[in-house]
Design a protein around this ligand. Structure first.
Ligand code: ZN
Length: 313
């Protein structure tokens, strides 16, 4: 009672309102249903206040529009190590797949020893092997590099045909410029139909201080999927974050039956449904072992990252 007496008026009335609906104890409420004249204990008042607070936080998190641009609350990208470190050959396990999945349900990455391409969708982590077939990633498998978030789906769009990856990336960039801004991070999922996916994956190769480019020259296999339905996971990092991940778009694919996939070089898309979230914070999980500090990370050039990501020499 003391709590309710001291609470601001709107909290008191909303607390009464939620108490009324939460408990369904309407016997005492003969008056206006929105402001029932009921007696509350401190516990009941606190319960109602917490319920109201949760709803207010939820309301705050839900997208609101401001002159056509989307404003939303904090959403976090969880990043394991950096692409620079992976480029320079740091491919030791930083966390396990099980741990990674506590931080997001959608994303991409690779595995210890660059043992295949990672695709995370619907909270499940898949591993594309060197022949393009996909297996479930074991929970204790090590992760040296990954980017995941919990996809809320703040914006959805239908998009049409694109004959190449650059066209699709340009359209996605247009969409984030129109609705958000290019200086944020973005996680995009596209469920669609594709006439062609040109992709790669690789087998594991334990090494230290051997560049990703050199490792992939031994282990990478390219493959093509034709007339296939599936999901693209697209991660966007702004230019100024180049090195933490690839600046621009980094795209992985998994088929609808979850049997094949990989890191995408080229795409020909028939149609797709885009789910897009702007991400405005990042948690960076750096490796704990001292050997990480023996890498001179600034030496990973942007050009080399582009070569590895886009398969161009
Ligand atoms: Zn990749």
């Amino acid at each position: 009672m003391l709590f309710l007496q001291r609470a601001p008026g709107y909290l008191k009335s909303t607390a009464q309102f939620y108490y009324f609906f939460v408990t369904h104890e309407s016997k005492q409420c003969k008056g206006h249903p929105k402001y029932p004249k009921a007696e509350f204990s401190l516990a009941q008042g606190l319960y109602a206040f917490i319920a109201q607070s949760i709803l207010r936080i939820y309301h705050y998190m839900v997208t609101v529009t401001d002159h056509g641009r989307t404003v939303m609350s904090e959403q976090k990208m969880y990043q394991v190590s950096t692409l620079q470190a992976l480029m320079l050959g740091y491919n030791n396990s930083v966390i396990t797949v099980s741990e990674l999945l506590k931080h997001g349900d959608t994303g991409l990455g690779t595995f210890e020893g660059v043992d295949g391409e990672m695709i995370v969708v619907d909270g499940i982590c898949y591993r594309a092997t060197e022949d393009g077939s996909v297996v479930l990633a074991e929970g204790d498998k090590g992760v040296p590099f990954s980017t995941v978030c919990s996809l809320e789906g703040f914006r959805t769009f239908d998009i049409g045909a694109f004959t190449c990856a650059e066209e699709l990336k340009a359209e996605l960039t247009n969409l984030i410029e129109e609705h958000f801004g290019i200086n944020s991070m973005h996680m995009v999922r596209i469920d669609g139909e594709f006439s062609l996916i040109d992709a790669r994956s690789e087998y594991g190769y334990r090494s230290m201080h051997i560049s990703l480019k050199d490792v992939l020259s031994k282990t990478q296999k390219a493959f093509k999927f034709e007339n296939i339905r599936g999901t693209l996971v697209c991660v966007y990092f702004p230019d100024y974050m180049d090195g933490i991940n690839a600046s621009g778009w980094h795209i992985h694919f998994i088929s609808e039956d979850r049997k094949c996939g990989g890191h995408v070089f080229e795409i020909s898309m028939i149609r797709g449904k885009v789910i897009m979230d702007r991400i405005n914070s990042i948690e960076l999980k750096l490796p704990d072992e001292p050997v990480f500090d023996t890498y001179s990370l600034k030496e990973a050039s942007g050009n080399e990252i582009k070569q590895v990501e886009q398969g161009k020499s």
